[in-house]
Design a protein around this ligand. Structure first.
Ligand SMILES: Cc1cc2nc3c(=O)[nH]c(=O)nc-3n(C[C@H](O)[C@H](O)[C@H](O)COP(=O)(O)OP(=O)(O)OC[C@H]3O[C@@H](n4cnc5c(N)ncnc54)[C@H](O)[C@@H]3O)c2cc1C
Length: 314
């Protein structure tokens, strides 16, 4: 493996045109502030770099993983045996009166600001959700009963063969916190969102109201966590009930494991209280799941994504 690694670093420089970083601590790239070192790390600033980095990793059978803002991720204490590519490609362009085309590395904040500037309505519910467009489409992020998939018209993906393909909304099989990207490991390069023409003041006012509502429910942004830990379960009668409802009733708010703890004001947030390890978080999450299963016979499913150091398929 040693010489293959040497080859990969050298080949990367030739093929991508920029050097790879080695042994990079992932805790600095996760809002959870947890994680060991990745063997290789690269920040892609333009499309060509991202595309070539992915193609080369596939060609050399080096496991790779794309990250955006790291707001929904839990990295392993042992880091990652492969290449982490941080997508920093930011571009927003108005395609026509009602459509904007956005690169996947664009922060959602930038996109929201753009829609306000251009008096485009429809994105207001996404205000305050941290992260990039890529992460949001991957997990069909949303709030207030709406999700980003509702607005997506088409997208450009880099598929497993290294080809750039244009797909429409149906391709993504969007449902609650799910898209086909979770199964296929294609890379989202850009997305086109359909919006409406609105009044700037009204758009701004709605965003402000949404941000106020979020403040009441969510922990402050500087708290180390990765958002809601579990998805809200759907009951057999079709009702979606907040995971926090069940978690509160099994005493979650008082639970801790090592440096990880449940946020005392919201039972569905696990926080890195003090130097938590990924193992602390995983043990605490398992204990929460066990208790909810035992008391309510409900299987909670993680919304936060754990990336194991030794990935299975890429
Ligand atoms: C305080 C807080 C509040 C939050 N509130 C909400 C909320 O209200 N609603 C909500 O839905 N989420 C919420 N989240 C979770 C998080 O903000 C979203 O999941 C967000 O979409 C993550 O984006 P990201 O760029 O940080 O993705 P990352 O965490 O970097 O990555 C998440 C996943 O997306 C994949 N991915 C990223 N970019 C690409 C790409 N270009 N192509 C293919 N796959 C890609 C990664 O491989 C990874 O599997 C919250 C998180 C925090 C910390």
């Amino acid at each position: 493996m040693g010489s293959q690694k040497e080859d990969f670093t050298g080949r990367f420089l030739k093929y991508v045109g920029k050097p790879l970083s080695r042994s990079v601590s992932l805790r600095d790239y996760s809002h959870f502030k947890i994680g060991g070192a990745a063997d290789y790390f690269f920040k892609a600033a333009v499309n060509k770099e991202l595309v070539n980095a992915v193609r080369l990793a596939r060609e050399d059978s080096i496991p790779f993983y794309i990250i955006g803002g790291g707001y929904n991720l839990l990295f392993d204490d042992d880091g990652f045996r492969g290449l982490i590519i941080k997508n920093e490609i930011k571009r927003i362009r108005r395609r026509n009166k009602r459509e904007v085309e956005v690169s996947a590395g664009t922060p959602l904040d930038d996109l929201i600001r753009f829609t306000v500037e251009k008096s485009l309505s429809g994105m207001e519910f996404m205000a305050g959700i941290p992260g990039t467009v890529g992460g949001a489409v991957f997990g069909n992020a949303g709030a207030f009963e709406r999700s980003i998939g509702d607005l997506l018209q088409e997208a450009t993906l880099l598929d497993k063969k290294g080809m750039q393909v244009v797909v429409d909304r149906n391709h993504f099989q969007f449902r609650y916190r799910h898209s086909v990207l979770k199964k296929k490991h294609d890379v989202l390069l850009s997305a086109v969102f359909g919006l409406g023409e609105g009044k700037k003041e009204e758009i701004k006012a709605l965003i402000d109201r949404n941000l106020e509502k979020r403040k009441e429910k969510h922990p402050p942004y500087d708290l180390a966590c990765a958002g809601s830990y579990f998805k809200n379960p759907v009951l057999p009668d079709g009702r979606k009930v907040p995971a926090a409802y069940f978690l509160e009733r099994v005493g979650a708010k008082k639970m801790k494991k090592g440096g990880a703890a449940v946020y005392p004001l919201h039972a569905n947030f696990i926080i890195n209280r003090e130097k938590a390890s990924a193992q602390d978080v995983l043990h605490l999450a398992q204990e929460l799941k066990n208790r909810v299963k035992e008391r309510f016979d409900i299987d909670l499913e993680e919304e936060v994504i754990f990336l194991p150091a030794e990935p299975l398929v890429f």
